[in-house]
Design a protein around this ligand. Structure first.
Ligand SMILES: Nc1nc2c(ncn2[C@@H]2O[C@H](COP(=O)(O)OP(=O)(O)O)[C@@H](O)[C@H]2O)c(=O)[nH]1
Ligand SMILES: [Mg+2]
Length: 343
């Protein structure tokens, strides 16, 4: 499947030039050699098939990729952490907004944990308390189910021990640190990157997106509601009750199916001007999933009982229309603020 990266979209401000450095939220993807850094980025942000990650070339230097999502992103894919000098690490930490540290669960993770705690120490040293660290405990699908959580918890505990040894457990860095079990072979990698992106959205803005989605969820008597980045399959907002992975996985599968079909039949899923009535649905006997394209990059997915969809379709469509208009207004305002702040 060929998906577009969004490097071609450059923000422009009418009366000034946007400072690209401040406009984009930078995410450093780091970890030891061959832990799976480039694969994670390629699968999520470039639609590479998991089995094709076997052929991704070795990353020799820092590669920056822009991706227009609900937050403009710049992904910094780095060579192995062992190949980066201490000064270079400090420079990178000063310049990014979030760090994804990938640990191969099958590797000798003592080394990875040591490198990670060095990085935390470096971030503390330069006072980069605003940085959010995410640890991807990766290639989880290679473990038998009964060992997954044991190993995951073991790595998490050892990192927490390191944090206590460094006496930084009360810093913002330690408080915001999150661990994600990941694999490119299932939906966990989308779930993990969704969390990375959602952490980059300021809390009050995220609150606005969630309030809108919660009212839509209520007014449509929906079972779940997600706002997705349609190209990267990232959940960028969810109604409060949508926490279970199965509904997320189902939505990702549906989205992938639609994108694959759009590639085959040339549908307007990624057209510049999105028709506001563009939607499609999968109606099963009990439940229905409905998809609406909201903007070129964002789509809404609602899970509704099939009975409700049959009986209340008109009202639901109307509510979505109102939701879309409100969301577009919020998005325009936020983008304007972001541009003004980065001139
Ligand atoms: N089993 C498994 N292998 C993976 C996964 N992600 C990446 N790999 C493999 O790990 C190897 C190194 O990947 P690469 O992305 O080049 O690692 P990097 O050096 O950290 O950028 C490749 O052979 C990938 O196919 C995963 O989730 N599961
Ligand atoms: Mg690489």
């Amino acid at each position: 499947m060929v998906m577009q990266t969004s490097q071609q979209v450059e923000p422009q401000k009418p009366n000034g030039t946007v400072d690209q450095d401040r406009y984009y939220q930078r995410v450093l993807i780091t970890g030891l050699r061959r832990s799976g850094k480039t694969s994670c980025k390629e699968v999520v942000f470039n639609g590479t098939l998991p089995k094709d990650t076997f052929f991704v070339p070795r990353t020799q230097e820092l590669i920056k990729t822009k991706f227009e999502s609900i937050v403009p992103l710049e992904l910094w894919d780095s060579p192995g952490k062992e190949d980066i000098s201490e000064e270079e690490t400090l420079r990178l930490l000063r310049e990014v907004n979030a760090v994804v540290f990938v640990i191969d669960i099958n590797d000798h993770w003592f080394n990875a944990i040591a490198q990670f705690s060095d990085m935390l120490a470096a971030a503390t040293e330069i006072g980069a308390d605003h940085l959010v660290f995410h640890v991807f405990i990766h290639k989880m699908e290679t473990l038998a189910n009964e060992h997954k959580m044991t190993k995951f918890n073991d790595i998490q505990r050892r990192i927490n021990d390191e944090i206590e040894d460094q006496n930084i457990q009360n810093t913002n860095l330690a408080r915001t640190l999150t661990f994600h079990p990941t694999s490119v072979y299932d939906h966990s990698i989308y779930e993990a990157f969704s969390n990375v992106v959602m952490h980059l959205i300021p809390q009050d803005t995220l609150g606005q997106y969630e309030n809108l989605l919660n009212s839509l969820h209520l007014s449509c008597s929906a079972r779940y509601a997600f706002l997705f980045d349609s190209r990267a399959c990232l959940r960028v907002s969810a109604n409060q009750e949508t926490h279970e992975l199965p509904t997320f996985s189902l939505s990702v599968e549906y989205l992938k199916l639609l994108t694959a079909m759009a590639n085959v039949v040339g549908s307007g899923l990624r057209q510049e001007e999105v028709d506001q009535s563009y939607s499609c649905q999968l109606v099963l006997s009990e439940s229905t999933i409905v998809y609406w394209q909201i903007t070129r990059n964002l789509c809404l997915i609602l899970g509704i009982s099939s009975q409700n969809w049959r009986d209340l379709r008109g009202t639901i469509e109307y509510n979505v229309l109102i939701y879309r208009e409100s969301l577009l207004q919020v998005l325009a305002l936020i983008d304007e603020h972001r541009r003004v702040a980065s001139v």
